[in-house]
Design a protein. Structure first.
Length: 325
């Protein structure tokens, strides 16, 4: 699956998108930026104090060409006045004052989101120092979802030796209902298509096609029925155990009439707990490369990082973010 990574990196080099990093002085971000510039993957925009950021880079003995990486001080930028006015107009129905709007947009992540909202930047990547719910809060307030009541979700691209899998929702919705699962599955299918992957969706459970019966399984069956009604062209099956979804020999035994036939490439988990545990197990024990989480459902590219990520993870997420057309 190294070909997949090469393809994504090549597409990012072609697009050369402007990517915002709100945590501009964080060591892993700076190490990633050094590589991003060397590989010509993007035009980085770092948020923070210029002296501090450059001092950190010197401390870590990094060779960053500052003519190719922009630094914007979110405490002093002339953009603050306009950003505060825009944010006030977006959030005044929530009772925010103009003074509160100004203080809010001075925050690194809010400032970065405003750069994205105003098309100063093409994408944003954050999360090395914050949990996911704090990282995506500014985009949810400012950028919004693609349509009303649409469920935002997170997908990990799990790059194994001979297979690429998409796991969702790994970061956002703790206990999705049937309608949430529909949004998650359909958005993940669209993400797969972005990377020229034909979606084969398995809606996972501890049951395969009625082998067990419990109220928690019913929402999965409902979600599958809704997806098939909305998108009859989409390959989706469930409820399904993970071995039946991924192992052809087991699929023949547990669900011989399966369309997927043990070759699923999208795994939709019944809840956040299962998804988060699964991706970390596969990453750590199967030595898979976990790229993401890629945030789905927003109108502009915003991607999260695990607080345990490496600088190479950041480079790969930058390539994915920069590959969006």
């Amino acid at each position: 699956m190294q070909n997949f990574l090469k393809k994504i990196h090549a597409l990012a080099r072609k697009n050369k998108k402007r990517i915002v990093f709100p945590e501009g002085s964080e060591e892993r971000i700076l190490r990633a930026v050094e590589k991003i510039l060397k590989q010509k993957l993007a035009q980085p925009i770092l948020i923070g104090n210029s002296q501090k950021i450059k001092s950190q880079a010197r401390k870590f003995k990094l060779k960053i060409d500052w003519e190719k990486a922009e630094i914007i001080d979110n405490q002093k930028s002339p953009l603050l006045k306009d950003f505060a006015e825009i944010f006030y107009n977006l959030r005044k129905h929530k009772g925010i004052s103009k003074k509160q709007a100004m203080e809010t947009v001075k925050d690194n992540h809010y400032f970065g989101t405003m750069l994205l909202y105003t098309d100063y930047a093409d994408g944003m990547i954050g999360g090395t120092t914050l949990p996911t719910h704090e990282t995506i809060k500014p985009p949810l307030q400012i950028i919004k979802t693609r349509e009303a009541f649409h469920k935002v979700s997170g997908v990990f691209l799990m790059v194994l030796k001979n297979k690429l899998l998409l796991f969702a929702d790994t970061v956002v919705t703790v206990m999705p209902d049937a309608h949430d699962l529909v949004d998650i599955a359909m958005d993940t299918a669209e993400t797969a298509k972005m990377f020229d992957i034909k979606p084969k969706i398995a809606m996972l459970s501890f049951s395969t096609k009625g082998s067990a019966d419990d109220p928690v399984i019913e929402k999965i069956r409902q979600a599958v029925a809704m997806i098939k009604y909305k998108r009859p062209d989409m390959i989706v099956e469930g409820e399904m155990q993970v071995d039946a979804a991924l192992v052809p020999e087991i699929a023949k035994i547990k669900c011989p009439d399966s369309v997927i036939q043990g070759d699923a490439n999208i795994l939709i988990f019944p809840n956040l707990e299962a998804a988060n545990i699964a991706y970390k197990l596969v990453e750590r024990l199967a030595k898979a490369k976990a790229i993401g989480p890629i945030i789905q459902g927003l109108t502009k590219p915003v991607n999260d990082l695990s607080r345990g990520c490496s600088w190479q993870d950041i480079v790969d997420v930058t390539a994915v973010t920069g590959s969006y057309e």
